[in-house]
Design a protein. Structure first.
Length: 556
């Protein structure tokens, strides 16, 4: 093996570096071996990443057993569930870039021969993947795993139920005592949010795209098998180093299409659109927002998972894992089984070893899909010329036309919902919450959950240049591009304007005469930046459109 770490550790000129490393226990023998960076997103601010310290220890054991030397380092993580509905949520998507940048910096600085990134809450997963693509040394993404479901009045619940209960409580449909009772049992221990929300969606992506061994991600975080999976991944990365198997060897156009198909088949989060666009950009793979529609059109919805379905992520593991989804899609010819994975084997070879649990009801057979097409729809029209995203899982309505109720911040809309000022038929417009305008493109589970909890899910639509949690359900349209802060048509919507949405025709139109719209555009001035210094100001200045993955682009 030709090891880049030897630039740091070997030769007379490197005596100073070796002296520093020997100070913390490394030996000459350790430093002659492949050096594997263990990028850990452990934090003590949420359950999602809480056990990653323990799992990192097991990964390191696997690396050592396979003949390598692990070196662990940490990066940041922001909890979407904790910060939801506050100014703090603006930091979530920004953290994806910080995670990618920080892992890249440590990887470049210390010239690791391979990297295992331990991830959990939403943005840590794509952030780690983006860093591995940039570094292009053998790399693996290890997902900490889902939380177990809570139990409330005899049924499984997740954090989604709590946010919807907030709306129900505000509408008088649930008491404060019942809300507190649910709050106390919804999250019974460590692990990431327990439906096919963003974390579990992106964990699914990592398996189907080849950056994680199949059926590793779906094991719950508190399950003893997770430690065994961590040890195995330490061994897998060492074999990848020996083979010189790099992320860009795996992340072909076919691999990206495989990942998109898995998102569509499992009713995954709309955030997967942003993150896969960003990853494709890093990998130099042409991928357009319309590609998601093309793949979703041909992919059946097979997984009966929350937020719209019956089951939680734990049930996927019990059914046989995400590998069962891969088997279904391979059988239907909807994914490319020749795509290579981090194990050195093809996706088809990995899927052949998956064992489906007899009688499981979580992942439907191809002969009995939940819907004939996937859960993602890309809409375009006069309100979103560059496109926007709607998740149709559990959505029966195909069209909606109604008057705009216009809000310039999420908090204004939340107040209107909880005070009963939103009426059936309304289209709630929340603008200036995009990547630059927010900045940070906040998720809005608080508002969408409140709409569901208030009993308005079947009669109200919501349109925003912000994002949604993977736990969001209903007629909720996000990622409207161009965003309002950069002069997108959303900026020119006025109270009472008619907005029309059509799922089958994939249309979102502002029903205002073109000359009226032109007059409003001419009179409009961009709002001043909400942050003038620090990381959020820097992000707002550099971030691209949501239709391009909301990646940060350095000025030329």
């Amino acid at each position: 093996m030709k090891l880049q770490s030897h630039i740091i550790t070997q030769g007379r000129e490197r005596a100073g570096a070796r002296a520093m490393l020997k100070a913390i226990g490394f030996t000459d023998e350790d430093l002659a071996k492949p050096i594997i960076g263990i990028a850990n997103t452990w934090v003590e601010t949420m359950p999602c990443n809480y056990l990653l310290r323990d799992l990192a220890a097991k990964v390191k054991e696997g690396v050592r057993a396979a003949g390598g030397t692990p070196m662990e380092f940490n990066t940041v993580a922001i909890s979407d569930g904790v910060t939801m509905g506050t100014e703090g949520m603006k930091t979530s998507l920004v953290s994806r870039e910080v995670i990618a940048d920080s892992i890249e910096l440590v990887g470049r600085g210390h010239m690791f021969d391979g990297i295992v990134a331990l991830v959990a809450c939403d943005k840590t997963i794509p952030g780690a993947a983006m860093a591995l693509i940039r570094l292009n040394v053998p790399g693996l993404v290890f997902y900490g795993g889902t939380i177990l479901p809570g139990q409330y009045k005899g049924r499984d619940i997740t954090l989604q139920d709590v946010y919807e209960a907030i709306g129900a409580c505000a509408a008088g449909r649930m008491t404060e005592e019942e809300l507190r009772e649910m709050e106390n049992v919804a999250c019974p221990g460590p692990g990431a949010c327990g439906g096919q929300f963003t974390a579990n969606t992106m964990a699914t992506v990592m398996e189907l795209i080849g950056l994680c061994p199949l059926n590793v991600a779906s094991i719950p975080q508190v399950d003893p098998r997770k430690a065994d999976a961590a040890f195995r991944c330490g061994q897998v990365i060492m074999e990848a180093v020996r083979r010189d198997l790099k992320p860009r060897d795996l992340l072909t156009r076919a691999a990206f299409e495989n990942a998109i198909a898995a998102v569509a088949a499992t009713g995954g989060s709309t955030n997967a659109v942003l993150h896969l666009l960003a990853m494709a950009r890093e990998a130099g793979i042409p991928l357009d927002i319309e590609d998601f529609q093309t793949i979703s059109n041909r992919t059946p919805l097979l997984a009966d998972l929350k937020p719209a379905g019956r089951f939680t992520a734990v049930d996927v593991d019990r059914a046989g894992g995400i590998g069962v989804v891969a088997q279904r899609l391979l059988e239907a010819g909807l994914i490319d089984g020749t795509a290579l994975t981090i194990t050195g084997r093809t996706l088809a070879q990995e899927a052949a070893e998956v064992r489906e649990t007899p009688g499981q009801q979580v992942i439907r057979p191809l002969t009995n899909p939940i819907k004939p097409t996937g859960g993602l729809v890309i809409l375009k029209g006069t309100l979103a010329p560059e496109g926007c995203v709607l998740k149709t899982t559990g959505l029966d309505r195909k069209t909606h036309r109604g008057p705009a109720r216009v809000f310039n911040r999420e908090e204004e809309a939340m107040e209107a919902v909880t005070q009963g000022r939103i009426r059936p038929g309304d289209v709630v417009v929340i603008r200036y919450e995009g990547p630059a305008g927010g900045p940070g493109m906040r998720e809005m589970l608080g508002v969408t959950g409140a709409i569901v909890g208030a009993g308005l899910a079947d009669s109200v639509a919501l349109v925003t240049d912000g994002r949604f949690s993977g736990a969001t359900r209903g007629f909720m349209v996000g990622h409207v591009a161009p965003e309002a802060a950069r002069g997108g048509p959303l900026a020119f919507v006025e109270e009472g304007d008619s907005i029309y949405l059509d799922v089958d025709r994939r249309v979102i139109d502002l029903e205002v005469p073109a000359e009226t719209l032109a007059q409003r555009r001419a009179a409009w001035t961009a709002p001043p930046p909400r942050y003038r210094s620090g990381v959020l100001a820097k992000y707002a200045a550099l971030v691209a459109s949501a239709s391009e993955g909301a990646v940060t682009i350095a000025p030329l």
